[in-house]
Design a protein around this ligand. Structure first.
Ligand code: C5P
Length: 219
């Protein structure tokens, strides 16, 4: 039986990609499946927490007594998370949020005849950093976990983001490595916390990574 060591805790989890529309049929996104976040949410749920998931488009299903807020864009995810955060004890943001959104072309569908074969230039605007914003408004007793998907200088980037976003724990992985990151069932994490504890975990199923993250935060 799972320990109910998170009973009564209000826990927010973000997961999946965001989708940033450009014209009537096209959007900017990434291949996040939402698997890591779903594992984190279900682990907290099995440990007795009241879990609210803010999910980008994934097609995943969740236990029927878990609150799920479905969003599409980063700005919708930001609105949902900033509304929820004051009433939460903990949050773990796993979503692969699009840092930029294309400046919309308009309501209609872009026609390739418009560019007459000359290619097109799409401009981008900056999206809000949800994790940073929650970190800035974190009150005493709230705990915040972030993820970092990196290809270089993983440990340095993890330390920088832990401080810059006022996190209690950061879990960083090398998305360039087989068995870690998008679309696979395993992850190989470097974990760093605000107490200065550092751990390099071997390649593990995402279910196991999720369980260990809560263990690490609660210890
Ligand atoms: O800075 P970077 O994007 O690498 O940080 C990744 C972490 O920040 C993840 O936990 C991700 O869910 C979160 N994030 C966010 N809002 C953004 C970008 C990232 O919440 N706009």
């Amino acid at each position: 039986l799972a320990p109910r060591d998170m009973a009564g805790k209000q826990v927010l989890v973000t997961l999946g990609p965001t989708r940033e529309p450009w014209d009537a049929v096209r959007f900017w996104s990434n291949p996040s499946s939402g698997t890591m976040g779903a594992c984190v949410a279900v682990a907290a749920y099995l440990r007795g927490a009241d879990v609210t998931v803010v999910a980008g488009p994934t097609g995943l299903t969740f236990p029927c007594d878990m609150a799920v807020v479905s969003v599409t864009t980063a700005r919708q995810m930001y609105e949902a998370c900033t509304d929820l955060w004051p009433s939460m004890d903990m949050a773990c943001l796993t979503a692969a949020v699009a840092d930029y959104r294309p400046v919309p072309f308009g309501e209609s569908k872009f026609k390739k005849s418009t560019s007459a074969g000359a290619g097109i230039t799409v401009e981008f605007e900056t999206n809000p950093d949800i994790l940073k914003s929650l970190g800035e408004s974190k009150r005493d007793g709230q705990k915040l976990i972030g993820f970092a998907a990196e290809t270089d200088n993983i440990r340095e980037e993890a330390a920088r983001k832990l401080a810059a976003k006022n996190l209690d724990l950061i879990a960083a992985n090398n998305i360039g490595k087989a068995g870690s990151g998008f679309g696979v069932a395993t992850n190989e994490m470097f974990v760093l916390d605000a107490k200065g504890r550092k751990e390099q975990w071997p390649q593990l199923p995402k279910t196991e990574v999720a369980w260990r993250l809560w263990d690490h935060l609660l210890l």
